[in-house]
Design a protein around this ligand. Sequence first.
Ligand code: CUA
Length: 339
Amino acid sequence: MKYIKHFLIVSVLVIITTLGVSYLLDTLPLLPTQAASQAVTIDSMFSMHFRVISFLFAVIVVFLLYSLVVFRRRGGEEGEGDHFEGHTGLEIFWTIIPLAIVLYFAYIGAQSLDETVRVDPQALEVNVTAFQWSWSFDYPEYGVSSSELYLPKDRQVLLKLTSLDVIHSFWVPEFRVKQDALPGENFVRELRVTPTEIGEYKVRCAELCGGAHAYMNSPVIVVEPAAFETWLTEQQAGTDFGGDLAAQGQKLATDMGCISCHSVDGSVLVGPSWQGIYGTERTLTDGTVVTVDEAYLRNSILDPNSQVAQGFAPSMPAYQGLMSDEEIDALIAYIASLK
Ligand code: CUA
């Protein structure tokens, strides 16, 4: 009976601490903007976890600090503290309650998973191709391909993810959901997102995939459905270059991700800059000197590691089979146009 007072005080302190920590976790901007309906489901789980975490923190810290202060050894005290030899009631209590909480969380976890993968038959299909080190997005229903992921607001998008080389991972933090992109056409992975907030976001690669992994991000732009239609029309018109090879090459350089490693302004990224290189001489890692001409550039695209420029690592992926001859011609015309 003499412990009832302590127990009551500790209980009140635990409640106050729980509310305080829980308020703090709710108020701090721990999660980015909620830009998809899937984010709402996932965040409600987060906030439930925050409450449980707050309570566990309070139980441990309050009991610890209270005991340290109130039951400390005072001057003149020589004996040992009271001993307890088991307490069946307490043991049953602290087994049953956590078990119930864990089972409850398993249940709402399954429910949330079900909600985030819910299929909308009207979903917009986008094929997402990941490669070292960029992304490309194809809209098969519209014959459009882009280096930016444009999405209409309030319509579910079905992303079909693949990779041309190693394992990458598609992640837009504002959408919360994440999915790996695996190489091989038998391993297409699906991810469903329903954007709810207009804005510009960024898709990041969440799987370590080589030298420029940290720079493997592309814009994700959520717009009103009408603006999305306009963008599609513009893109459809934009694929006709009227025979301007360099202009076509410029779009390819963006779509194929070349410019994430090769600058066009002279700055050195993962690979040499393209500015003014056409027609110049270049020393390779084996000491030979070559002229940067059509043959050299073509070989560097198809089999880059056979002729590596001095001062650079042989890290460029080979584009053999990924680009047509015409596309390579266009890309070379673009590089040649950069003075
Ligand atoms: Cu792709 Cu990291």
